[in-house]
Write a protein that binds this ligand. Structure first.
Ligand code: NAI
Ligand code: 15L
Length: 264
């Protein structure tokens, strides 16, 4: 690619992508509302609130691919979610439609299906069961991606990311963990494959404990290689395993499922 856009580049995953994806394009265009520091010679920095349609269009112009990490990433008041994850996603897809249909990775979340219980195995056809307003916004993003694919041919990988941190932080994340290495391997496949379509992909490593089946996207050729299980002893030593009646042991989305509406 000539130019790959990374939104949310000041965030946790955006910083990882900034470090790890420079081999994929001549230029990385990095965008956020937060500080992005100095641009390296192969980087362009664009400050952009995703809720601002005109600025989003300028941000997307000239990009051949988009890794869309920008937005509200946990449960928050609705006005924040609406600006970044609802209006922002619409603005991004309109900008893509008007600028040559760059391929998109949409950072969806396990919280789109977080109300399913942990005994249920899900695949790409399973119904969504969002566990909060944030999860609802991710279902909206997946629907937006689907419509822009069917109607306008914009291709998107909707990645229902589990928990992408350096290590699993609790017992639930032994199942939901996605290593940065496995995520980078997935991003490489998404941009390498000739026909992507608009698949739903569960973003998890090859964890021994697993609730998700990626069989329907085997055509991507993505083979996660890491396994959260190697951290089990460390997690056990750091904290007691929650009781069987705890949200973290019942719902795939863990405590998000029992969290209330954040009014302010
Ligand atoms: P983060 O919260 O660290 O980064 C999100 C970035 O988006 C921040 O730098 C923030 O400034 C920016 N942002 C927020 N509102 C914005 C707006 N209105 N306009 C422009 N930029 C705005 O989140 P993280 O962990 O890096 O996640 C990245 C994406 O992946 C998010 O969309 C999140 O929902 C998704 N995700 C992440 C998971 C993880 O385990 N890290 C799990 C599931 C989904
Ligand atoms: C998410 O969607 C969040 O962005 C991230 O911060 C974690 O909470 C993750 O899900 C998770 O469920 O572990």
């Amino acid at each position: 690619m000539k130019r790959l856009l990374i939104t949310g580049a000041a965030g946790g995953l955006g910083k990882m992508a900034r470090e790890r994806l420079s081999h994929m394009a001549d230029f990385l265009r990095l965008s956020d509302i937060d500080d992005l520091g100095e641009a390296a010679p192969n980087e362009e920095i664009v400050y952009c609130d995703l809720g601002d349609k005109a600025v989003v269009e300028a941000m997307v112009a000239g990009c051949d691919g988009i890794v869309h990490f920008g937005g509200i990433s946990i449960e928050k008041p609705w006005d924040l979610i609406m600006n970044a994850n609802i209006n922002g996603v619409f603005n991004l897809y309109e900008a893509a439609r008007k600028n040559g249909n760059p391929r998109i990775i949409f950072a969806s979340s396990n919280h789109a299906i977080g109300f399913h219980d942990q005994t249920t195995k899900l695949d790409a056809s399973s119904p969504t069961r969002p566990d909060g307003l944030y999860g609802v916004s991710k279902c909206f993003g997946e629907s937006m991606a689907s419509m822009y694919h069917d109607k306008f041919g914009v291709e998107t990988a909707c990645v229902r990311i589990g928990s992408c941190f350096p290590e699993p932080r609790n017992h639930r994340m032994l199942a939901t963990w996605l290593s940065a290495d496995d995520f980078v391997r997935l991003i490489e496949r998404v941009f390498a494959i000739s026909r992507l379509g608009c698949p739903i992909i569960y973003g998890a490593s090859d964890n021994t404990m697993s609730w998700w089946d990626n069989g329907q996207v085997s055509y991507l050729g993505w083979k996660p290689q890491d396994n959260g299980e190697i951290y089990r002893a460390k997690v056990d030593a750091a904290m007691a395993q929650p009781g069987a009646d705890s949200a973290d042991m019942i719902y795939q989305g863990g405590f998000f499922a029992t969290d209330g509406i954040h009014e302010s």
